[in-house]
Design a protein around this ligand. Structure first.
Ligand code: HEC
Ligand code: HEC
Ligand code: HEC
Length: 321
């Protein structure tokens, strides 16, 4: 019977499609691991969407972490997330969940937190994220002394000796290469207000804040060439380290210079200075002159600094005559 076959076929097709629809539905309503737990325990403060823009989240200090924010999440490691959930963060609203969530549940919640991040926007490339992470660290931790725009014009800065570095000033910054900057942030500068941040900032975060500090630097003043800049910087170095013996005028007629034996080199003596090559000067400054008061400066001045101070000495004292 023809119709019976057709009915059977129709029933079969209908059943099959129902099975398919049902299994798709089942797939869709199968709970995402971690989502239910997150919404039950965490969304109250951190928000369903991870923006922490909840009535409670808005009034808490510190603010609950915003899991949706790629910048806030960029440097948060799985270890930190795990520790925060398991042990809580003392002194904040972030309680310990170690008694309530099992280890696998914590894993599921962590995966869910990571899935909440909203990519794109103005901070999408790794460089933009790094710069923005650096800006936030800087504004919170460094601007108090160094100034929001890097001018070191804050109340704190005015009373500090030595004053904080002016990151906006290309002449001051010419001497601060990346290695020196990294070391200063990680270890601090002893004998100054510049504390060590190595315990509070990870190596990546130090790079982030360095990137931001570099972005604060203003262009060289109009008419300033590289060579003029080098001489200016060399002059700063000379006045900081060399002037007590070699003198403001380079003639070594200072109270200390006059009593030293042998006498500090008189840089205005063109005849003598003509015989001293740049290479020898570099050696003498780097390693000192043994048996004399001329100490080695290699630990304090890098090769660039030495090149600049030599340029300054030659340009300022030898060209006077
Ligand atoms: C009562 C509010 C509240 C609830 C509920 C809450 N948190 Fe938090 N959470 C906070 C606050 C506030 C911070 C920020 C602490 C800080 O900045 O030191 C935070 C920070 C965090 C951090 C970041 C840790 C870090 O090192 O910066 C993670 C991860 C986190 N919470 C996960 C969770 C998870 C998972 C849950 C649910 C199981 C949860 N939180 C529930 C308030 C809450
Ligand atoms: C309490 C004030 C204070 C705070 C806060 C502070 N600094 Fe400094 N910083 C100083 C002073 C003072 C100096 C100058 C030290 C010197 O003369 O060698 C300095 C120097 C520096 C230098 C230059 C070091 C060099 O060798 O020339 C860097 C880079 C630096 N700070 C980075 C930072 C960063 C990054 C932060 C924030 C994470 C920070 N500072 C926070 C006071 C501060
Ligand atoms: C404590 C005193 C003192 C200070 C500070 C000092 N010098 Fe000297 N310098 C001397 C003396 C003394 C000599 C002579 C050494 C000799 O006769 O060999 C000398 C010699 C030199 C020479 C000639 C070296 C040669 O090969 O003949 C140069 C260049 C020089 N100093 C540069 C500097 C620079 C640059 C600084 C600062 C970074 C500096 N000095 C700081 C005492 C000093």
């Amino acid at each position: 019977m023809k119709t019976d076959y057709r009915t059977l076929l129709l029933i079969l097709v209908t059943m099959m499609s129902m099975v398919i629809v049902y299994s798709v539905r089942a797939e869709a309503s199968k709970p995402v691991p971690g989502k239910a737990l997150y919404e039950k325990y965490c969304a109250f403060c951190h928000g369903k969407d991870g923006r922490a823009d909840t009535p409670v989240g808005r009034i808490l200090k510190p603010h609950p972490r915003r899991f949706a924010d790629p910048v806030e999440m960029a440097r948060l490691t799985d270890d930190q997330i795990h520790r925060a959930i398991k042990q809580g963060i003392p002194g904040t609203a972030m309680a310990s969940w170690g008694q309530i969530l099992t280890e696998p549940q914590i894993g599921d919640v962590m995966d869910y937190i990571r899935s909440l991040v909203v990519a794109g926007g103005t901070h999408s490339t790794p460089e933009q994220i790094s710069l923005e992470v650096g800006r936030r660290i800087y504004d919170m931790e460094c601007a108090f002394c160094h100034g929001l725009k890097g001018h070191a014009d804050t109340d704190a800065a005015r009373v500090l000796k030595p004053p904080p570095r002016k990151f906006a000033d290309p002449i001051e910054m010419a001497r601060v290469d990346d290695g020196r900057m990294y070391a200063a942030i990680k270890l601090g500068v002893s004998g100054t207000a510049m504390a060590s941040w190595g315990d509070r900032l990870s190596p990546v975060e130090i790079i982030d804040v360095m990137r931001y500090i570099r972005s604060l630097e203003q262009p060289l003043p109009a008419g300033m060439t590289r060579k003029k800049l080098d001489i200016l910087v060399g002059g700063n170095i000379y006045r900081q380290y060399c002037v007590t013996c070699h003198g403001e005028k380079g003639d070594a007629k200072t109270p200390l210079g006059s009593v030293l034996v042998p006498h500090p080199r008189n840089f205005t003596n063109a005849r003598v200075m003509a015989r001293i090559s740049d290479k020898r000067m570099t050696q003498s400054i780097m390693n000192g002159r043994s048996g004399t008061a001329m100490a080695p400066w290699g630990g304090i001045l890098n090769p660039e600094d030495i090149r600049r101070v030599i340029l300054y000495i030659r340009h300022t004292f030898q060209h006077q005559h």
